[in-house]
Design a protein around this ligand. Structure first.
Ligand SMILES: Nc1ncnc2c1ncn2[C@@H]1O[C@H](COP(=O)(O)OP(=O)(O)OP(=O)(O)O)[C@@H](O)[C@H]1O
Length: 282
């Protein structure tokens, strides 16, 4: 179970990217985080494993307070957080298998890692995962011979081989064509089921979020303004998330709605920053 409480980030430049975000993600939920460009989605995902250091608030994964850990503690705890990146972050000149096994580096000694000497169980796990992500038989191919979709599958296998307690995906489909994007979303939802792990996906394509996620988190100007089932996402809620519009009066009693953007500047920021990415109105 992942829980953030009042998570906030202000960058040294003074940009307040995230403000008081509290969420709880559990079970085998697939959660999509949406919002206009600059809303703070990447910052949120990266604050969870402290690739970005939060300024305020806390992040808890099961019983571990990630925000309270020193460097050694954080290194160990990061094994429990699988991360999938937009640009895959693979080692291009290494093979598919070597890249997948690098997800086990946190579990083997430095010496074994240096010699790429992984226990047989790890290798077996990697083969299983290659089959799960549809890359069986491709273990010896170099990554630079693969398509974008295949690379992302390697990235997913590498994250899952860690046996994480949560899988985070930071814009996993942004570099892919629409059909490959759907395949990758389907794979992420399959993994949530198959591995019994929650998946949090930061994503621009609202239609993919609605089609594949169980739950949507809507960020606007660093604030969480919507948290509800994908089926509850309406034109009105998209207006609040993407254009900083005022929530409807019914929002006061609807648990999906959180504090809406409350000043002109946040509405303006959303409009300026996100105008190129507005989803179609319902
Ligand atoms: N390293 C940084 N230093 C200073 N400001 C930053 C940094 N990274 C992000 N920001 C700012 O923080 C805010 C949120 O950025 P973030 O990348 O988290 O948003 P996002 O919703 O993921 O955007 P996008 O969808 O375009 O990737 C923006 O105003 C951005 O300019």
């Amino acid at each position: 179970m992942l829980e953030t409480e009042n998570l906030g980030k202000t960058y040294p430049t003074g940009d307040e990217a995230l403000s008081d975000v509290s969420v709880r993600i559990d079970g085998r939920e697939v959660v999509a985080m949406i919002g206009p460009s600059g809303a703070g989605k990447s910052t949120f995902v990266r604050c969870i494993n402290r690739l970005v250091e939060p300024t305020t608030g806390s992040v808890r994964l099961d019983d571990t307070e990630l925000t309270a850990l020193d460097d050694d503690g954080l290194r160990d705890a990061r094994r429990n957080v699988g991360m999938v990146f937009q640009e895959y972050n693979l080692v291009e000149r290494l093979t598919v298998m070597e890249n997948v096994l690098s997800g086990r580096l946190g579990y083997v000694s430095n010496w074994a890692a240096l010699r790429r000497n992984f226990p047989p169980d790890d290798v077996e796990r990697a083969y299983e995962l290659l089959e799960l992500v549809g890359l069986d038989g491709m273990e010896d191919k170099r990554v630079d011979e693969l398509s974008g979709g295949q690379r992302q599958r390697v990235g997913i296998a590498r994250a899952v081989v860690q046996e994480p307690k949560i899988l985070l995906a930071d814009e996993p489909t942004s570099s892919l064509d629409p059909e490959t994007s759907r395949d990758v979303m389907e794979l992420l939802t399959d993994i949530a089921d198959d591995r019994d792990v929650p998946v949090l996906i930061n994503i621009h394509e609202v239609d993919l979020a609605e089609a594949y996620a169980d739950r949507i988190l809507g960020l606007h100007a660093g604030e969480l303004v919507f948290d509800g089932p994908a089926s509850d996402l309406t034109g009105e809620s998209k207006g609040v998330i993407y254009r900083g519009e005022e929530p409807p009066e019914s929002a006061a009693t609807d648990p999906d709605w959180l504090s809406g953007p409350d000043d002109e500047s946040s509405a303006r920021n959303g409009q300026d920053a996100g105008s190129d990415r507005l989803p179609a109105e319902d």
